[in-house]
Design a protein around this ligand. Structure first.
Ligand SMILES: *Cc1c(COP(=O)(O)O)cnc(C)c1O
Length: 386
């Protein structure tokens, strides 16, 4: 495992080719071009048109494929563009099993768009493998999971669910946004496809949108490749470069973020106005053991439930360093109110069952000083006569 780590850090810094062989440029150049001049009839430099491929995006895609231990990665203009491309693999009449706790935008894609196209979705708590088994049908063609899940931080056993998927001829897709390949590599655990919102940890600086789809099987790669160049929601050369630059520090960012998150989770746990803290890195967390088996870290996402709805408003308005903003995974700490932001499209009944209530907050811990973040939370967490 130790060796893996070093290897990962080196790939992060150096990328695939690492530098531009034409000029020696250490920072991989931004090939800001839509098209490429052909040397002659029936000749190509290897590049023809930037929707199909572009050198800067190629460098990023090869780097991401190496990190996720897949044969091929595709870079999209957002995480949702990538997930949409994956669901172009399926057609009317096919059944898909999904983690019931998941990113609201993904839920909206399934319910508002894919359902109209005739696909059927079942939402189950995939952290209990027997639920997946129970839901399998003869037409189940995909199992889509998030682990840890958003925002309830439930952990699904990737190996076990991947085995079920394989036995039923279904594709196993994992949204690996929360942990990144630095901490968890689903393809090594049996997943067929990994998706990412690269907007989050991979880019890491809250400055660009990006999405990735990684696969290992050539047949799936060929299908995705066709969808990718045909539908065209590809990542621009400049945004590709921003992600390449962000990736260089993914390892040190995540390590600092995780150290900060553990400190903050432990502090929140003791606070008189906090009812519950959901952080995979706490030993009492339900998914702690499985997470230890399949990931090399707990990441830096914490959800917590405060005692009264009034406290939520105070926290969101009083915080000085931590910003009340959507998104996660960047160097700046952000706090979100899932019921009003990321999960407003999830039906009330489903939200209640999951525990996404009006007292739940989700914190994405950044790389600031941990004590400053704790002091910020301390002064913001007031209630009544406080
Ligand atoms: C943000 C997010 C997405 C969507 O990605 P965008 O880059 O915003 O399109 C998908 N899944 C998860 C887990 C996310 O956090």
């Amino acid at each position: 495992m130790e060796e893996d780590y070093h290897c990962m850090d080196t790939i992060l810094v150096h990328g695939d080719k690492g530098y531009d062989s034409h000029t020696g440029a250490i920072s991989y150049p931004i090939y800001q071009t839509a098209t490429f001049k052909h040397p002659g009839l029936n000749q190509s430099t290897g590049f023809d048109y930037s929707r199909v491929s572009n050198p800067t995006r190629d460098e990023l895609e090869h780097t991401i494929a190496k990190l996720e231990r897949g044969k091929m990665a595709f870079a999209f203009s957002s995480g949702m563009a990538g997930i949409t491309a994956v669901f172009n693999l399926f057609s009317a009449g096919e059944h898909i099993i999904v983690s019931d706790d998941l990113y609201g935008g993904t839920y909206r894609l399934f319910e508002e768009i894919c359902t109209k196209q005739g696909m059927e979705f079942s939402y189950v708590d995939t952290s209990k493998v027997e639920n997946v088994l129970q839901e399998l049908r003869s037409n189940t063609s995909c199992i889509f999971i998030e682990t840890p899940s958003n925002p309830m931080m439930k952990v699904t056993d990737i190996k076990k669910v991947a085995k079920l998927a394989r036995e039923s001829n279904a594709l196993m897709v994992v949204d690996n946004t929360f942990l990144t390949p630095y901490l968890q590599r689903p393809i090594e655990l049996g997943a067929d496809i990994v998706v990412h919102s690269g907007t989050k940890y991979l880019a890491g600086h809250n400055d660009t949108l990006a999405g990735f789809v990684i696969a290992n099987d050539q047949k799936i790669i060929d299908q995705l490749s066709l969808i990718y160049k045909t539908t065209g929601a590809v990542l621009s050369p400049f945004d590709s470069w921003l992600v390449l630059r962000g990736l260089k520090t993914l390892g040190i960012r995540l390590e600092k973020q995780e150290r900060n998150a553990l400190k903050i989770a432990q502090w929140l746990k003791e606070h008189k106005y906090i009812e519950r803290v959901l952080y995979v890195g706490l030993a009492e967390h339900q998914g702690f053991d499985i997470s230890r088996q399949q990931a090399t870290g707990a990441g830096a996402m914490i959800s917590f439930v405060v005692q009264d709805k009034e406290i939520v408003k105070k926290v969101l308005e009083n915080l000085q360093i931590i910003s009340f903003a959507e998104s996660l995974g960047g160097v700046e700490s952000l706090i979100t109110y899932p019921i009003a932001q990321t999960h407003c499209d999830i039906p009330d009944e489903m939200r209640e069952r999951l525990g996404v209530n009006d007292r739940l907050l989700r914190l994405s811990v950044g790389i600031e000083d941990a004590n400053d973040l704790i002091r910020d939370l301390e002064q913001a967490l007031v209630w009544g006569i406080d």
